[in-house]
Design a protein around this ligand. Sequence first.
Ligand SMILES: [Zn+2]
Length: 320
Amino acid sequence: MLPEEKIARRFSEKRGLTPPVNVEALVQEFATLEEDFLPADYDAVFLDKSANHPRPRVIITVGQPATRRVFTLAHELGHIVIPWHNGTHFCRVGAEARLVDRLVKEVESQANRFAAELLMPSAWVTELIGKTGGLKNQIDAVRQANVSYHAASIRLIQLLPPGFAFIEVDSSDHIIRTASSPGTFVRIPDEGAKLNQHDLDSIAADSVTFKSGSSKIHWWHFLAKIKPPLAASSGETSNEMIKRIANEVFQDETAARKAVMSVNGVIGAANGTNLRQAHGDLFTILKQRFLGRHEIAPLVGHSQFDEFLYKRVKDIEARQ
Ligand SMILES: [Zn+2]
């Protein structure tokens, strides 16, 4: 837990706060709250107390959606409560904020983390995760804190066990943001790419989609174990098999050789990580790591690729 999160936790414990937190009343306890039209997408401005103004001032921009307003106010409370956040702050609470100055960025991130812990305490979220089944219910439960799908998603993904991810896409299905819970092996596509939902659905046990402003947030809970294919009894070794498949798929011999090298590279890296972290089912992990590899997509899409993969898993396990 980071210092600003500890400060938020102590603050809320001292006052016996539980979600949903009335953060507007809290800000008004410490500062004068004003509303105005702010330039350049700013959510709020924090002005420390001065000779002319004995109380700090928070100016929040007019017309924010209710849940964003709550988060902005909690962020401003962070500037008030975190001892080293004195001075003036021009605030953009969205993580998408284009902040160039590293120091400003760090201070803004600290205020965001303070806000997240104040509104959605980690102990509270962890308890909800434990007693709520299903992705949709878990996200709805966190939203009781009076936060957006966006804020609830970011909070949840930090606290869920391995095997969860979400992807936020714009109105044309291009990826804006991705996140997976700690320890998740699944290869998540890059920002800017177009989302191929089917790929991720195919290895998921549960999924759900929420609309959030002009974007959409897709969530997945991945299968803990993907069922291996029935092995056909061929005399081929896994090496012979992948070479044959590559030659079937690629006309060009160099391209085929390169593709086989890529496949071996992905398997080697995944196996190494798996060994280091003493994790579970290698076939499942390999399936997760081969997701969305465009450069070798025809190979991965071959009807016998999974069979090859399973054969290779057996080879690796026999050697260990
Ligand atoms: Zn700020």
